[in-house]
Design a protein around this ligand. Structure first.
Ligand code: NAD
Ligand code: GDD
Length: 327
C-alpha cells in the first residue's frame, strides 16, 4: 500500500523541502499551509490552503489515514523577528493554537504519532552567555529560562506533545532544530536568519565595500544544512526514540567567521560594519551526543558546503529582483 504523509507548514522552507523528500520516497503527500511555497511549485499530491488556528480546518485535513504527520507550521523568524519583542503575543498565540488544534485533531482521528519541530531557542539563556562554551545538552533544558517568548512557546509545545504520548498512547517525536539554512528559505523581508541575511548582503555588496552586521560579530552559532535536517527529522520520526533531541550541526562559528566564509565563496573582499541590532544569546552550538547514541547518526556536512549552494541560490534571487526593479 502507498504510504501517506501530512506536512503542516508545507508552504514554508523546511516543510517545502520535506514534501519533495517524501515524494522521492514514494509517499502520497498532503501539504497544508496559509500559503503555497513562494519559490517553487509544491510537489504535494494535495495542498490545502487554510489556517491551522481553526480547529475545524484541522479536523478536515486529518480526514484520511496518514502513516506520518509532520507539524512544522509556526509563526517564526530569525533574530530580527523574534528578539524585537514586537511579535511576542502573536508568536505565542498562533503557534500554541496550531499545536493544540493539531494534537487534538490527530488524537481524535487515531493518528499514531506526529513529528514536532521545536527549537534550540528553548534552551536557558544562562547556559549560552559564553560564546566559546555554550551548553545545549538536552538535559540542560531545566530549570527553564529561554531568552524569547518564541522559545517559551516551543518549550510548552514540546511538553504538550510528550503529554499526549503519556496520556493518549501516541508516538510523538520532538526535535530541537538548530538554525536550519539552505536554498528556498526566507532571504529578505525581516524574517530571514543570519546565513540567508549574510548571503543577501554579500551578494548585494561590491568588492571592497562595507557589509552591516548586527552586534560585534563575536556571537557564535552553528547552522545546519536543510538536507541533513530532513535526514534527522525522518530518522527520528521512524525511530523508537521520542526525544526531545537536538538536530543541529556542531560546527560552531562566530558571525564574523560566517561572513568571511560567504565573502570567500563570493570572491569579494568586504569591510564589516558592526551596528546595533537584535542579538539573542551570546553563544549556541548543537550537542550531538544524544542523537548519535539514539539514532546512530548525526550531521557531518561542513558549513561551507551548505553555504556554497545557499549563496548561489540567494545571489540568483538578488539579481532577479535587481533586474525586475530596473525594468
Ligand atoms: P517557515 O516560516 O518557512 O515555515 C513555517 C510555515 O508555517 C510557513 O509557511 C507559514 O505560512 C506556516 N504557518 C504559520 N502559521 C500558520 C497557520 N496558522 N496555519 C497554517 N500554516 C501556518 O519556517 P521553517 O524554517 O520552515 O520552520 C519550520 C518549523 O521548524 C517551525 O516550527 C520552526 O519554528 C521550526 N524551527 C525552524 C528553525 C530554522 O532555523 N528554520 C529552527 C528551529 C525551529
Ligand atoms: N538575522 C540576522 N540578520 N542576524 C544577524 C544579522 C543579520 O543581518 N547580522 C548579524 N546577525 C546575528 C544576530 O544578531 C544573531 O546574534 C545571530 O546573527 C544569529 O541570528 P539568527 O540566525 O537570525 O537567529 P538565532 O540563531 O539567534 O535564532 C534562530 O535560530 C533558532 C534555532 O537555533 C532563529 O531562526 C530561531 O527562530 C530558531 O529557532
Amino acid at each position: 500500500m502507498t504510504k501517506t504523509a501530512l506536512v503542516c507548514g508545507a508552504g514554508g522552507f523546511i516543510g517545502g523541502h520535506l514534501v519533495k523528500r517524501l515524494k522521492r520516497e514514494g509517499f502520497w503527500v498532503r501539504g497544508v499551509d496559509l500559503k503555497f511555497p513562494p519559490f517553487a511549485e509544491t510537489e504535494a499530491d494535495d495542498f490545502a490552503v487554510g489556517d491551522l488556528r481553526d480547529q475545524y480546518f484541522c479536523r478536515q485535513i486529518t480526514d484520511r489515514r496518514f502513516d506520518e504527520v509532520y507539524q512544522l507550521a509556526a509563526d517564526m523568524g530569525g533574530a530580527g523577528y523574534i528578539f524585537t519583542g514586537e511579535h511576542d503575543a502573536d508568536v505565542m498565540h498562533n503557534s500554541a493554537t496550531i499545536n493544540l488544534n493539531m494534537l487534538d485533531a490527530c488524537q481524535k482521528r487515531n493518528v499514531r504519532g506526529m513529528f514536532y519541530s521545536s527549537s534550540a531557542c528553548m534552551y536557558p539563556e544562562h547556559n549560552q552567555m559564553d560564546p566559546n562554551n555554550p551548553n545545549c545538552a538536552e538535559d540542560s533544558a531545566y530549570p527553564a529560562n529561554p531568552d524569547s517568548e518564541y522559545g517559551w512557546e516551543k518549550l510548552f509545545s514540546e511538553r504538550l506533545y510528550l503529554a499526549y504520548n503519556r496520556n493518549h498512547s501516541m508516538r510523538n517525536r520532538v526535535a530541537r532544530y538548530h538554525n536550519i539554512f539552505g536554498p528556498e528559505g526566507t532571504w529578505d523581508g525581516g524574517k530571514e536568519k543570519a546565513p540567508a541575511a549574510v548571503c543577501r548582503k554579500v551578494a548585494q555588496a561590491t568588492s571592497g565595500g562595507d557589509i552591516e552586521i548586527w552586534g560585534d560579530g563575536t556571537q557564535t552559532r552553528s547552522f545546519l544544512y536543510i538536507e541533513e535536517c530532513l535526514e534527522g527529522t525522518i530518522r527520528l520520526t521512524r525511530s523508537d526514540f521520542e526525544g526531545p533531541v537536538n538536530v543541529g550541526s556542531e560546527e560552531m562559528v562566530t558571525i564574523n567567521q560566517l561572513v568571511d566564509i560567504v565573502a570567500d565563496i563570493a570572491g569579494k573582499r568586504l569591510h564589516k560594519n558592526h551596528i546595533p541590532g537584535p542579538l539573542g544569546v551570546r553563544g549556541r552550538n548543537s550537542d550531538n551526543r544524544l542523537i548519535g547514541q539514539k539514532l546512530g547518526w548525526k550531521p557531518s556536512a561542513t558549513l561551507r558546503s551548505g553555504l556554497e549552494k545557499t549563496y548561489e541560490w540567494i545571489e540568483r534571487q538578488v539579481h532577479r529582483n535587481t533586474k525586475k526593479a530596473a525594468a
